[in-house]
Design a protein around this ligand. Structure first.
Ligand code: M6R
Length: 616
């Protein structure tokens, strides 16, 4: 949450900061600001601070009249934690003398004590944020050290919490001091200068060779390059990461929004996630997990820990792991898991699923599980992310950067990766033969074409269903087995992008309470694909139909009978029940987006949300 960016070099800082902030806006968008260095008429360096509430586009208009000559600055786009979204609380925050400015992503947990102490020493605060203490701490340390980088290092010894920080000082023109602990920071040098950002997407136009700073590492950016130090100020040489994904990912490419673009990318995600995973003898190749077949065979319990959409991918995985490997699998919200005392032994496998790889609750759960002795696998979309770094093994989903706040293509990448893991466990446990693995693998690959078929043929049916749902106050999503797991994700997608209240229930639970909600016209969106429980779901739907529900069915192509009870039908191709989540999720994603567009919502940046949830 929150995006920070910085640039120093020969180019126009204002343009680079605004472009970077727009790309980072997925991280938060309630206010934005920049600090730009300017040479005064007297020849001294001054900091121009511009902040405003709302999105980066508003800040851009405000900056339009400003001097374009600045070549060094820092910027921030905010998701409020401490202090409401307001101009005063927007970053950058400045020292009392206005000569030091700081942008920060994370949370300073001991800010209240620090603020009291700093106020006691005469510092004046202008905001309600935790971040502002950093500006004053750096100011104090700078008075002693006379060096910005050293001052930032000292300030970092005083704060408790998580931070990615970039700071500038008018007395050191052209220098940006950067620090990191538990919040992502990448830096890189391009042809015209040095860059820092919360995410590589903000600097990929300038360079593809970046340094992902590790906790406790510091970087000093200057126009001619970057130097790195540890917490003691000793020089270090961090590893370079080469970014190989395409910059097209950061552009809408003719689509009206990123959400639709990313939904349409899903056939590619399936294909890319499977590339190179099946060996010539039918054995699965997931070497990066770092466990032998013998070690996998010893696993006797699996926990999938995750949040939001990633949690729903876990619900799907549970069905597959228990069916194919015959070992118990529990799926837990990471925010619950970390505060329980789950039963963990050395033969427990914890699978942490996180698109961003930086969700605070998931990270904390990983750390807890490892302390308790579990082996932890991460499934993430972001190379070098904290989840990747802190897990014993990692599978990278091949979704490429996901920009829309609502997860779509990364969800499909997660399901495909978890499906491979379930197959691998089944093979290691001797429950699946190599022949079965080969067959499953090819059918899994076929889902790419099946998704494409849905995208090519079912958009009109989804549109009609969306028209029928758009004015509702509330909606229910139902299904059984895989269908129930998908329903949870369908309901989350609809509420997060359209603000229409939605809940999901296992269809068999309807009669135990939720059916009371149904009155004429109430939307019930049902996953009624051909599965062992198809008839049961249909019976549950008949009960809804009898009470006047408006039924939208996600059904298997060729199922004409479903039209007798459903007002709208969206088809998916026939598919093995185990893989139905991959295909049936697509109409639900399209439905959520269509309803949101019809209701005039910003589908890419829904209110109150942020893509990376780095707070508890
Ligand atoms: O990055 P993560 O997968 O850890 O994020 C978890 C959730 O915050 C995320 O899935 C959220 O629910 C999405 N906005 C859903 O579309």
């Amino acid at each position: 949450m929150c995006g920070i960016v910085g640039y120093t070099g020969a180019d126009t800082a204002k343009r680079i900061l605004i472009e970077g902030l727009k790309r980072l806006e997925y991280r938060g968008y309630d206010s934005a600001g920049v600090a730009l260095e300017r040479t005064s008429a007297a020849g001294s360096c001054e900091l121009d601070i511009v902040r405003r509430t709302g999105k980066v586009a508003g800040l851009e208009s405000e900056l339009a009249h400003m001097d374009p000559d600045s070549t060094c600055g820092i910027g921030h786009t905010r998701w409020a934690t401490h202090g409401r979204p307001s101009q005063a609380n927007a970053h950058p925050h400045v020292s009392c003398d206005g000569r030091i400015a700081v942008v920060h992503n994370g949370i300073i947990e001991n800010f209240a004590e620090l603020r009291t102490e700093l106020e006691g020493r005469g510092h004046r605060f202008a905001s309600e944020t935790d971040t502002e203490v950093l500006a004053h701490l750096i100011e104090e340390a700078y008075a002693e050290a006379g060096d910005l980088m050293a001052a930032v290092r000292v300030a970092c010894t005083q704060v408790v919490g998580a931070y990615g920080i970039a700071a500038v000082c008018a007395d050191e023109p052209g220098v940006i001091a950067v620090a990191r602990k538990d919040s992502p920071i990448v830096v890189g040098t391009g042809a015209s200068g040095s860059y820092v950002a919360s995410d590589v997407i903000a600097l990929i136009d300038a360079t593809r060779d970046v340094v992902v700073l590790e906790d406790g590492q510091f970087a000093r950016l200057a126009p001619e390059g970057i130097t790195y130090t540890d917490a003691d100020g000793a020089p270090i040489e961090p590893a370079i990461t080469h970014i190989d994904w395409d910059i097209d990912t950061a552009e809408k490419g003719g689509y009206p929004d990123f959400m639709l673009k990313e939904i349409c990318e899903q056939p590619r995600v399936v294909r890319d996630t499977l590339v190179g995973r099946l060996g010539p003898n039918g054995e699965l190749d997931i070497d990066e997990l770092g466990l032998t077949f013998e070690e996998l065979n010893l696993i006797d319990r699996v926990y999938v820990i995750a949040c939001g959409t990633s949690y729903h991918a876990g619900l799907i995985a549970k069905n597959l792991i228990e069916a194919w490997a015959r070992i118990p699998c529990e799926v837990e919200a990471a925010s619950e898991f970390r505060y329980r005392n789950p039963i963990i032994t050395p033969s427990t496998l914890v699978v942490a699923v996180s698109q961003s790889g930086e969700t605070a609750d998931t990270l904390a759960a990983i750390r807890d599980a490892r302390i308790k002795g579990a082996k932890v696998f991460g499934i993430t979309n972001v190379v070098g992310s904290p989840v990747a770094r802190e897990s014993d093994g990692v599978i990278y989903t091949k979704a490429n950067k996901e920009i829309a706040v609502a997860s779509t293509k990364s969800f499909i990448g997660q399901i495909v990766s978890l499906t491979l893991l379930a197959m691998l466990l089944g093979q290691a446990k001797g429950k699946l033969t190599t022949g079965q693995i080969r067959m499953l693998f090819h059918e899994l690959g076929d889902t790419a074409a099946q998704i494409q078929w849905i995208l090519d043929t079912q958009r009109e049916a989804v549109h009609r269903a969306a028209l029928a749902c758009k004015d509702a106050q509330s909606a229910l999503f139902v299904g059984r087995g895989m269908g129930a797991a998908i329903s949870y994700e369908g309901a989350l997608k609809l509420k997060e992008v359209s603000y229409l209240h939605a809940e999901a229930y296992a269809a068999g639970e309807m009669k135990h309470g939720p059916i009371a909600l149904i009155d004429p016209g109430f939307p019930v969106i049902a996953v009624t694909t051909k599965s062992p429980t198809y008839d049961k779901v249909v019976s549950n739907l008949k009960e809804c139909e009898a009470r006047g529900a408006m039924i939208v069915a996600i059904a298997t192509e060729g199922d004409e009978d479903i039209k007798q009870i459903a007002d709208h039908v969206v088809y998916i191709p026939p598919v093995r029940d185990a893989f139905s989540a991959i295909t049936a999720s697509v109409p639900l994603q399209l439905l959520a987006r269509e309803v949101a567009v019809m209701r005039g919502c910003d589908v890419d940046q829904p209110r109150n949300l942020a893509k990376s949830v780095t707070v508890e």
